[in-house]
Design a protein around this ligand. Structure first.
Ligand SMILES: *[C@@H]1O[C@H](CO)[C@@H](O)[C@H](O)[C@H]1NC(C)=O
Ligand SMILES: *[C@@H]1O[C@H](CO)[C@@H](O)[C@H](O)[C@H]1NC(C)=O
Ligand SMILES: *[C@@H]1O[C@H](CO)[C@@H](O)[C@H](O)[C@H]1NC(C)=O
Ligand SMILES: *[C@@H]1O[C@H](CO)[C@@H](O)[C@H](O)[C@H]1NC(C)=O
Ligand SMILES: *[C@@H]1O[C@H](CO)[C@@H](O)[C@H](O)[C@H]1NC(C)=O
Length: 318
């Protein structure tokens, strides 16, 4: 009786993971993990499991005290992100769990600490393909997160798209650094089956996401799909018809424009055909190197003869 009382007192005063025999032992292998930004506490039953065991969990962030998680549950895991304790994308969290049986409780067993955005495992994206001639359009859906969304948590997340001819996985090609959800692969052979797999690369987690399941689709011929050709033909015919209609309706205007019937006014014609009579024009037309005429002039004055000259041409052109 004294031993039982002693064990009872010890149970309620000891907080360490080692619990005195005779009372409930703690759950084992307690770990906190995250998948798509959830916060999952998982554990194994105590080494000496009692019958009718239930568990109670708590969690805390690096800046808060423990808050209640799941209470009196019989399964071996608790999704702490589904509780009303709001969790934050970039927070650091720790969980703990204890076993209970009737009025007896084990000590708390604490988990590892995780940083949500760094340690979460990103699930696979969902990929669908549509072939369009010799190209394949890849549509990518991000995995759904327990809190927030992929592009809110990881601003520069990229897709790594790997594609290969069916049966030639070893010759796969990859395009990374892709941020759009829709990508067209157009360096493909026509009439060939290709398979595509996508992984997400983020700047804050060292590992890639889980790869999507490989999905396959066949390209068709190089030609445009029939409706594109049909629309093209329709447009060409419509334009030709429109041109003919315009030509018929405006044929009078157009013939007048191209071969005008109206003649120039008479005075304008005369003016244009009349020989120019501008004196400047005449001078320019008649200009040729002027001959220099040099006359011998004798001037006799006072009986003494003097010789000199005058350039007549200067007088002429002045
Ligand atoms: C959990 O179980 C204990 C012991 O059986 C009981 O006292 C307590 O009220 C239960 N809590 C809830 C929330 O059910
Ligand atoms: C969370 O809070 C809402 C109201 O704020 C309440 O109705 C709901 O039961 C709570 N859920 C849990 C798991 O505590
Ligand atoms: C990343 O990959 C390594 C090696 O595969 C593994 O040990 C580690 O747990 C992974 N980390 C995360 C956060 O998934
Ligand atoms: C992927 O998307 C398709 C169509 O939207 C849906 O039917 C399928 O269940 C999704 N797969 C996964 C793993 O989410
Ligand atoms: C993209 O995926 C392929 C195939 O898994 C891999 O070989 C390649 O290294 C990845 N690229 C990047 C940038 O991670």
């Amino acid at each position: 009786m004294a031993a039982a009382v002693c064990a009872f007192i010890l149970t309620f005063t000891t907080l360490g993971p080692t619990v005195v025999s005779g009372v409930l032992s703690t759950p084992t292998n307690v770990r906190l993990t995250s998948y798509n930004m959830n916060l999952m506490l998982t554990w194994d039953p105590p080494d000496r499991p009692a019958s009718g065991l239930v568990y109670t969990t708590q969690s805390k962030s690096s800046v808060s005290d423990y808050k209640v998680g799941c209470v009196n549950i019989s399964n071996l895991e608790c999704d702490l992100s589904h509780l009303n304790n709001s969790i934050f994308e970039y927070g650091k969290y720790t969980g703990r769990v204890r076993a209970q049986s009737g009025t007896e409780s084990s000590a708390w067993e604490e988990s590892n600490q995780i940083t949500l955005d760094k340690d979460t495992i990103i699930g696979s994206p969902n990929v669908s393909l549509v072939s369009n001639g010799a190209a394949i359009e890849v549509s990518i859906k991000d995995p759904v997160f327990a809190i927030s969304a992929l592009r809110k948590v990881y601003h520069s997340a990229n897709y790594n798209i790997t594609y290969w001819k069916d049966g030639q996985r070893e010759k796969a090609r990859s395009n990374s650094n892709i941020q759009q959800n829709r990508v067209v692969l157009n360096d493909l052979d026509p009439l060939t089956k290709y398979c595509v797999q996508v992984q997400i690369i983020t700047e804050r987690t060292p590992n890639l996401s889980k790869p999507s399941a490989a999905v396959c689709e066949s390209t068709t011929t190089e030609e445009e799909v029939p409706w594109v050709a049909a629309v093209g033909t329709f447009c060409t015919v419509a334009m030709a018809v429109a041109l003919v209609v315009v030509a018929v309706v405006y044929r009078k205007h157009m013939s007048q424009f191209l071969c005008p019937k109206d003649t120039l006014p008479l005075h304008l014609k005369e003016y244009l055909l009349a020989p120019p009579n501008s004196s400047m024009y005449l001078v320019m037309r008649n200009s040729h190197p002027p001959d220099e005429i040099y006359h011998q002039v004798s001037i006799i004055a006072d009986g003494r003869p003097t010789t000199g000259g005058s350039k007549e041409n200067l007088q002429q052109t002045a």
